[in-house]
Design a protein. Structure first.
Length: 217
């Protein structure tokens, strides 16, 4: 995926428009399709986590301080399949394999630098934020709670907690931006995000491609 992003930049550079844009003092709002690559993570004692590739979506906001520099926020949601192998610390019990689907939420602050002020430009991004992962696996017996409903009276139902975690994340991205008449734009980028707080995991970075379509106003 990294090589594809580099090739896209090289091919597009000769076609970059010299027209001067005027993004300064405007807002960008976009929706995005996210293509996250698969990931294999090794841990202590032979434990491991294999996450399948997945497609998700996001919503993005940014303010253009100038035609080259902007600051914004990204919100993303994915549901990749995964397989986790749990190893007994004492080497007595058999390995436990969990094959399930997780929920992943990303929220990040991001700065973007556009190399050219024109309507077609390559850009670099850097940011930081948090990624929330919910295994959707129950971490204990269900509990029963009761509530008073204004129409139905007292309602009692069971619920349960799941194994989840929130990790600090930081990373970079590179891509291309096209602007069209009427204020709309299209962005394509490659993104690399490091997950901080995964203990002794040997490699916790996530890579993804993203396509955004949005509007400036």
């Amino acid at each position: 995926m990294r090589n594809l992003a580099i090739a896209m930049l090289i091919i597009a550079l000769p076609c970059i428009s010299s027209a001067q844009g005027n993004r300064a003092d405007s807002w960008d709002v976009s929706i995005s399709a996210i293509f996250q690559d698969s990931k294999s993570i090794g841990g202590d004692g032979g434990s491991s986590l294999d996450v399948d590739s997945d497609t998700g979506f996001g919503v993005n906001f940014a303010y253009n301080w100038s035609s080259r520099l902007s600051f914004g926020m990204d919100f993303e949601y994915l549901k990749p399949d995964y397989k986790a192998t749990l190893v007994d610390a004492n080497g007595v019990l058999n390995d436990i394999v969990i094959d399930h689907e997780m929920s992943q939420f990303n929220g990040r602050f991001k700065g973007t630098f556009n190399f050219i002020e024109g309507s077609f430009t390559p850009f670099l991004e850097a940011g930081l934020g948090w990624s929330y992962f919910d295994s959707n696996v129950q971490d204990g017996p269900p509990q029963v709670g009761c509530w008073w409903h204004p129409w139905y009276g007292q309602i009692c139902t069971g619920y349960y907690d799941t194994f989840d975690d929130t990790l600090f994340s930081y990373g970079v991205g590179a891509g291309l931006r096209w602007e069209f008449s009427g204020g709309s734009f299209l962005k394509a980028s490659y993104n690399y995000w490091e997950m901080d707080g995964m203990g002794q995991a040997d490699d916790s970075a996530l890579e993804a491609g993203r396509i955004e379509y949005g509007w400036s106003f």
